[in-house]
Design a protein around this ligand. Structure first.
Ligand code: AHM
Ligand code: MG
Length: 375
């Protein structure tokens, strides 16, 4: 079983939700429990801190600063159309893509919330070329923050779910008091101390893990708090939904074309066809996969040989959450969390979701699935 037990501290998670594969008719099991105790995210973080005897409280303070940034971004996403901040700036980001005003705003808010807390030594963001250093006048800490301030940029202007993704690492040499370096950013995903995302959808939700299970908090705007709404999420062993940009089918490897065809072909036991769902915001597609099961894929293809999503601040945090919830995340061959990054904005193909579904696509990619062997 996965490295997830090795990644973070040893974990004795008892999963509250049951792993039921869904068919298309069933309602998901993600209903709010009326008997759920009222727990704010701050209290939850403080309680979790108690589970790490060596904790100094620094991480809790870092998370407090980060959730403040997420609350501010959520507020401005809600009124973006009114604030005249939709649309493009005149600039392009390091990937040559047009930068939207809201991306820039979210990037700036996270920086302003995190640069002066004394907990970080360096940051990296999808919207910033190179390292983001802590200004000289502030104390530096032992943690590293990487983030995609607004994932799903193409959905911003049309009021479709977008979100923020983040990962926290320890700096490589925690004894240092110097500025963080690129080595602090280029760490394998299994070294994440915390991975999470905030989703600005029909409600704002924050999902994160520190290796003690995956918890989801829903924002109550009337009291300004994230409240624990879905504790200890587990992903179904198998789902019935696949999620991929099928417009790129022509460029895919043959094994992937055969896999998707296989999912779409009806079977007598009704296990197939799967349903297709694709939002085009990776966090939203992965969030649905986390709760309902199934598979999310952004593969390499002949047009994009390394896929599209970025390893450090998109694929790694999502992989950590999926694996911690009992799922699987690979690049088609290797477990994502074992991959050593080589550059900050590196792209990585990914297949993540229910364990059985991901294992099956890997079998197709190797050309070893029984249906491919029939002549
Ligand atoms: P972004 O970080 O600039 O928003 O781009 C990443 C997004 C992902 O959220 C999503 O999965 C993917 O791009 C969609 O790409 P495509 O339009 O090629 O399907
Ligand atoms: Mg993104």
């Amino acid at each position: 079983m996965f490295i997830r037990r090795a990644i973070f501290a040893v974990c004795d998670v008892q999963c509250a939700a049951t792993a039921n594969p869904l068919n298309n008719q069933q309602r998901p099991y993600v209903m709010f429990d009326p008997n759920q105790k009222l727990v704010t995210i701050e209290r939850h973080i403080a309680e979790q801190q108690g589970m790490f005897p060596e904790a100094t409280g620094e991480f809790s303070k870092l998370m407090r600063d980060l959730t403040l940034a997420l609350r501010i971004i959520a507020r401005d996403v809600r009124r973006a159309g009114l604030n005249n901040i939709l649309g493009y700036t005149q600039q392009t980001n390091v990937h040559g893509e047009a930068v939207k005003k809201l991306d820039e705003f979210a990037n700036d808010i996270i920086f302003r919330a995190m640069d002066h807390g004394g907990h970080l030594c360096v940051m990296a963001s999808e919207e910033s070329d190179g390292l983001i250093q802590i200004p000289q006048e502030y104390k530096r800490g032992k943690y590293v923050l990487v983030f995609d301030p607004l994932d799903g940029s193409s959905n911003i202007d049309v009021n479709i779910t977008i979100g923020t993704i983040f990962s926290i690492y320890r700096r490589v040499d925690t004894m240092l008091d110097t500025p963080g370096s690129v080595e602090d950013i280029l760490q394998e995903g299994y070294k994440q101390v915390c991975a999470g995302y905030a989703l600005y959808g029909s409600s704002t939700q924050l999902v994160y893990t520190t290796g003690k299970g995956v918890d989801c908090f829903t924002f109550d705007p009337t009291i300004g708090e994230f409240l624990l709404s879905h504790p200890q999420i587990t992903i179904p062993e198998r789902g019935k939904i696949y999620s991929i940009n099928e417009g790129n089918r022509h460029y895919w490897a043959k094994g992937l074309q055969q896999y998707v065809e296989y999912l779409k072909t009806p079977t007598p036991d009704n296990a197939h066809p799967y349903s297709l769902r694709y939002i085009g915001t990776a966090i939203a597609d992965v969030h649905r996969t986390l709760f309902y099961g199934g598979i999310f894929m952004y593969p390499a293809d002949s047009k994009s040989p390394k896929g599209k999503l970025r390893l450090i601040y998109e694929v790694n945090p999502l992989a950590a959450i999926i694996e911690e919830a009992g799922g699987r995340a690979t690049d088609g061959e290797r477990e994502i969390l074992t991959i050593m990054p080589t550059e900050i904005h590196e792209r990585m193909p990914c297949f993540m979701g229910s364990k059985e579904d991901v294992l099956e696509v890997e079998q197709f990619l190797r050309g070893e699935h029984p249906s491919q062997l029939v002549v």
